[in-house]
Design a protein around this ligand. Sequence first.
Ligand code: PLP
Length: 434
Amino acid sequence: MIMSTKNEQLFAQARKHIPGGVNSPVRAFAGVGGTPIFIHRAEGSKIYDTEDNAYIDYVGSWGPMILGHAHPKVIDAVKRAAEDGLSFGTPTPFETTVADKICEIVPSVEMVRMTNSGTEATMSAIRLARGYTGRDKIVKFEGCYHGHSDSLLVKAGSGMLDIGEPTSKGVPADFAKHTITLPYNDPQAIKDCFEKWGEDIAGVIVEPIAGNMNMIIPEQDFHDTLREQCTAHGAVLIFDEVMTGFRVGLGGAQAHFGIEPDLTCFGKIIGAGLPVGAFGGKEEIMSCIAPLGGVYQAGTLSGNPLAMRAGIAMFEDLTVDGFYDTLADKVTKLVDGIQAAADRHGIALRTNTLGGMFGMFFVQDENSTTPSNFDEVTQCDMTIFNTFFHGMLAQGIYLAPSAYEAGFISSKHTDADIDATINAADAVFARMAS
Ligand code: PLP
């Protein structure tokens, strides 16, 4: 069992000058209670707290660490890039290489623009959809997260097809009124929405596999309907693959469903853990961005050479034949093992997996199905999740500190890591059942 009082002391210090002690809310452990662990280094499948306690990590910096932490090839690329200078504010050959790579791997992307975060990518894609169509309304889905720009911090109004309401203070109602929020995985809701607002909708943004309400893989019909309706009404279909891109498979969720979105947003993996984002798509639409067109979009550090050279190094491994099959095998072994342990102790668990990503839901009882939308996720047993989370943490297993987050594995997770994780889960479930 890991026992540490150092984290409490560090958290108290952090709270003095950092709001809530964190630079992104989920890190504060508000959902699960307790004190966040402060990490000072990481290697392979493990992160280490400031007393050098090791944790097998299934967060992977929320997705980017698909090759494991501090991968020698990536670190080497960053070191060499740093020696050549940190940022030039000019074009570099490295950003062209990353753009070429993305366009080669993802056929729907003909042109791509780099940003510094996923939030910037989705915010810019929304502006582009509006600029391209000359319309204002956008559609998003309940339980999907697309970063924290004003238009996207919006939930459904009182009626399903009503204008949205802000989910954060500081977002003007005048912005939110242009965002419509629909239930996820519901083709009829999409049809009804386009029937009512079709001529006003600039674009639809969706997590094609949701990773911000745990992990939900929607029905094919949901995506077929989205594609049909956007095409029929001249709306831009935006896949937010910030999380799923190069994570659920080399071609992302769009390859899994065989859907060509008009625009795609990326982040996380393409920068190998350095701050990065990107959005890309059809040339006809992307040509509307400045300096070619009238939709303004820019960034002092966009296409930063460290992030680009780290990304190039990462792509070398991702494109090796069988990389994603091996990753998927690891996830299957892990999740099947945890499922078997839960079954043994009568804990009602449902799971989803694809590529290097997984979701685990503590459902109400053995008759409950795997959640397929946000409402169903909220009905899961959060108390059981919290007990599970802390039980695992005490045994050196780091899961996302929220029942609404997905899990991520890396190519560096070993059989021994996975067996240790399954054994830890078995011990927690045994205690819960007794
Ligand atoms: N879109 C999705 C699907 C995400 O999961 C996230 C972050 O987790 C974002 C956008 C925002 O990315 P960032 O945190 O880099 O701004």
